[in-house]
Design a protein around this ligand. Structure first.
Ligand code: B3K
Ligand code: ZN
Length: 870
């Protein structure tokens, strides 16, 4: 069992006893024994002569205070306790030795391929030296990197600007960097290696010249151009929309293959998972391109929201993450299709985020209790966090929101702030009361809105009765009514919007739901309207309204914004999915009404709507989303219904899918948004056509003629899902072509993990023997095993328990090598209470085995113990 399982509580926050104004770091890089000398200028803040420093896996060589060897200290399990310290200020010099080559957890300083790199957020700096590893200690960093083998490591990088370089007497080379902006330790970074370098110059709005550099593995330079373009776009966008400019002379992005998550916003030196940097038309899909744009943007936007203003403590994580996700979503929406971006974000909330909030890991966007901080980089903190920012934006409007941002920076630039500071700035700048709204920060769970409409013909009045309820979550029994912005439109039978009026006054289309029961009355409603509710998904809540099929079909056609049209389509599909699940449970046939088929035909043949949007309209909700609608998840019935409805629609609309598919054939490849949209729709058609008689031939044909990776993967996905006979040939061909490139093979591993075939486990075991696979690389693990656990419900939840046992075995192994990745992968097992008794018992057994392990890391311990109610 982990040695330190102490939970930390938000309410116990204490400001630090000392701060460090400057730190001078020297690294003598060595694969097994890297020497780190840290010289810190420490200033006393509280009247105490004791100081506690964090440290993990460090070999302490020496400790000096004001140049004197210091013996008044104690080494503990979690760091160092210094005593009898001088008052006011002193210089602390600590020399440690660390071993990057055995660091498989990929936290602190480690080796990725041929390069050294670091990952310090949340608490990785303590694996480099003893330090006050907390975000409210902000220091100026000077970093010197020394390497003996300059051939192998020609690039030595750290934060800030390069200020000096040279050679030591014994021929080692060194480089010195200085970062003028005080920062917490989690934003420190170091990279040493040999790379291909793509360089550009950027001039900011105010005329500052910035050098942009993207470092990638040798031979991959041409795969870095999209990342560079995205960076330039992000810099321009932030200047235009938020008035924010970059603040150093150089901005570097380094792509590494071994990385626990997507990317990291270290000041001036972002480190990226190569998955979110490398792309060309032969190796990357359109989604890869869009993800690169959004993640490059996200990390860049952190420079202001995260780095210039950072978090006071880790409970405030959403202060930087929710806000930065909001900013990256706006960036992608301003550059591409707003409605498609919105739909995709909403899918993420309604599927996995709602599921997280209904699981033992439920927590508010600002958590109250944490054992392992890395466990809280969650969909709730990020995605729900960004929805909370979006609601503030909706309530205030763009102008007031920007005023709030300005005030926030005026008040907090260069400091470590709290979520409360952000909300106060928004409130003060706009004059809008956000008192009740603050509950979104402290309350977990998903509010459910039950809405009903009542029309009085005689009085020409329409009333909306709204009830809100939030079910208790594992972390909080009691829930209060929240402030929910409910965007509402009323439509007349001609499809025109009826103005919202009451007492002779025009009303805003954002209704403020603040009580557990509330009625909104609208006057001058000249006919019985069809309401469109929760437009743009104006709040992260579940909505129920008893729509008839006809009303939903009406909204699919007439709603004035794409999001509402899509949402109506999803509700219509949802009605049939629910009905059909019940039918399957009662051994009855699956049905879809002719009207519904006709409505989707209308969507498919729409000549006006964007193709990318039509593709979204035609996508059925996935298993994970549908599971959230039921108290007990009936895996077999849901998978049966989803497949049967797909087959049913493909048969009924075969001709139309085929026409659109052939119409959209492209003769050349471009990464423009319009071309991406056309491919998306064409490939959606293919995913349906795969279930028809001509499926096998079409898929094979597309694979052979494909102009881009997008079309290759779409063909393979269709073959995989529909179990086509060409599947094996395509998989074999792809592997022959790409076996040397792990990143490109990830798409193949992903398909293997999602293979719906009965013997998928043996397919997975075979794939683990593939030359491109290694359990050391998180991307490989996530592609092959993560996809099985999360996106192959039928086989993962196989009644025999074989899927669960496989997961258990892998988790035991990862617990020792990479606890962070293990902890991400355990999530599907935590939700065992949602399944039938037999499955529950089998899943629980795996969790119990984990809990009984001798060396269970606190990452897994925290989640497993919560799930088992310990
Ligand atoms: N801030 C990092 C995530 C760090 C995760 C630590 N386990 C990337 C991001 O959100 O931009
Ligand atoms: Zn972030």
């Amino acid at each position: 069992m982990a040695s330190e399982l102490q939970a930390k509580y938000r309410k116990d926050y204490q400001s630090p006893s000392h701060t460090i104004t400057d730190i001078d770091l020297t690294f003598y890089l060595h694969e097994e024994r890297t020497r780190v000398i840290a010289v810190s200028q420490v200033r006393q803040l509280e009247n105490t002569n004791q100081l506690v420093l964090d440290g993990e896996n460090l070999e302490l060589v020496s400790l000096h205070i004001n140049d004197q060897s210091w013996t008044d200290y104690k080494v503990t399990d979690t760091g160092l306790e210094l005593s009898s310290l001088p008052e006011e200020k002193f210089e602390l010099r600590i020399e440690t030795v660390i071993n990057p080559s055995t660091n498989t957890a990929l936290e602190g300083l480690y080796i990725s391929g041929q390069a050294y790199c670091t990952q310090c957020e949340a608490e990785g700096f303590r694996r480099i030296t003893y330090y006050q590893d907390r975000p409210d200690v902000l220091a100026r960093y000077t970093t010197t990197i020394v390497v003996a083998d300059r051939e192998k490591y020609p690039y030595l990088l750290s934060n800030g600007n390069k200020i000096d370089e040279g050679e030591t007497e014994d021929g080692a080379s060194w480089v010195r960097w200085q970062d003028p902006h005080p920062k917490p330790a989690y934003l420190f970074a170091l990279v040493a290696g040999d790379f291909d370098l793509l360089q550009e110059q950027y001039k900011t709005k105010s005329g500052r010249q910035v050098t942009l550099e993207v470092f990638v593995d040798k031979g991959n330079r041409e795969r870095a151009t999209h990342a560079m373009l995205s960076l330039i776009n992000a810099m321009q966008w932030d200047e235009e929309r938020f008035g924010l400019e970059y603040d150093l002379d150089i901005y570097m992005v380094v792509a590494v293959d071994f990385f626990n998550m997507g990317a990291m916003e270290n000041k001036g030196l972002n480190i990226f998972n190569s998955k979110y940097v490398l792309a060309n038309d032969q190796t990357a899909t359109d989604n890869d391109y869009l993800n690169i744009e959004s993640i490059i943007g996200h990390e860049y936007f952190h420079n202001w929201t995260g780095n210039r203003v950072t978090c006071r403590d880790w409970f405030q994580l959403s202060l930087k993450e929710g806000l930065t996700v909001f900013r990256d979503q706006e960036f992608s929406s301003d550059l591409g299709s707003r409605s498609v971006n919105r739909i995709q974000s909403v899918r993420l909330i309604r599927g996995p985020q709602f599921a997280e909030d209904a699981s033992p890991m439920s927590h508010p966007i600002r958590p109250d209790k944490v054992i392992e901080m890395n466990n809280f980089y969650t969909l709730t903190v990020y995605e729900k966090g960004s929805e909370v920012i979006r609601m503030i934006h909706t309530l205030l409007g763009e102008d007031n929101f920007q005023k709030g941002m300005k005030l926030y920076f005026e008040r907090h630039d260069g400091t470590a702030a709290t979520c409360e500071d952000f909300v106060s700035a928004m409130e003060d700048a706009s004059g809008i009361d956000l008192q009740q709204f603050r509950l979104w920060y402290s309350q977990s769970g998903t509010p459910e809105l039950t809405v009903s409409g009542e029309y009085s013909e005689a009085e020409k009045r329409f009333s909306l009765h709204v009830r809100q309820h939030t079910a208790p979550t594992t972390d909080q029994e009691e829930k209060q009514a929240q402030h929910i912005p409910l965007k509402t439109e009323l439509y007349d039978s001609a499809g025109q919007i009826i103005k919202l009026q009451c007492n002779g006054k025009n009303l805003s289309d954002i209704l403020n739901v603040t009580e557990s029961e509330q009625t909104f009355v609208f006057e001058n409603v000249y006919e019985k309207p069809v309401p469109s509710l929760l437009g743009e998904f104006s709040a992260p809540v579940k909505l129920s309204y008893d729509y008839s099929d006809e009303e939903l079909m009406f909204l699919m056609v007439h709603a004035k914004n794409d999001f509402a049209r899509w949402d109506a389509g999803q509700m219509l599909l949802g009605k049939y999915i629910r009905q059909n699940v019940e039918s399957v449970q009662n051994n009855q046939d699956i049905t879809i009404s002719e009207g519904v088929v006709a409505a989707f035909r209308g969507v498919l043949l729409d000549q006006v709507a964007e193709p990318a949007f039509i593709a979204e309209m035609l996508s059925l909700p996935n298993f994970n989303e549908v599971s959230g609608w039921f108290d007990e998840v009936d895996v077999d019935s849901i998978t049966t219904v989803l497949k049967a409805m797909k087959v049913e629609l493909s048969q009924a609309l075969k001709q139309d899918f085929s026409t659109v598919y052939h119409q959209l054939e492209q003769s050349d490849y471009s990464i423009e948004h319009e071309a991406i949209g056309q491919r998306a729709l064409r490939n959606t058609c293919l995913s349906y056509l795969a279930y028809t008689e001509e499926g096998n031939e079409l898929v094979q044909d597309q694979y052979q003629k494909a102009l881009s990776m997008t079309d290759v993967i779409a063909a393979m996905t269709a073959a995989n899902q529909a179990g086509l006979s060409c599947r094996e040939t395509l998989m074999q061909d792809y592997s022959n072509q790409w076996k040397h490139d792990g990143l490109v093979m990830d798409k193949w591993f992903n398909l293997q993990g999602q293979n719906p075939a009965e013997d998928v486990l043996s397919v997975i075991y075979d794939s683990m023997e593939h030359e491109a696979f290694t359990m050391k690389n998180p991307n490989r693990i996530r592609s092959l095993i993560g996809s099985f656990l999360n996106f192959n419900p039928k086989r993962f939840h196989d009644k025999s328990g074989s899927g669960y046992q496989f997961a258990g075995k892998i988790l035991q192994q990862l617990n020792t090598t990479n606890p962070q990745v293990a902890s991400r992968m355990v999530d599907p097992l935590l939700k065992f209470k949602r399944y039938d008794k037999d499955r529950q018992a089998l899943m629980k057994q795996e969790l119990e085995t984990l809990l009984n392990m001798d060396n269970l890391a606190k990452d897994l311990y925290e989640k497993v113990a919560k799930a088992l109610d310990i």
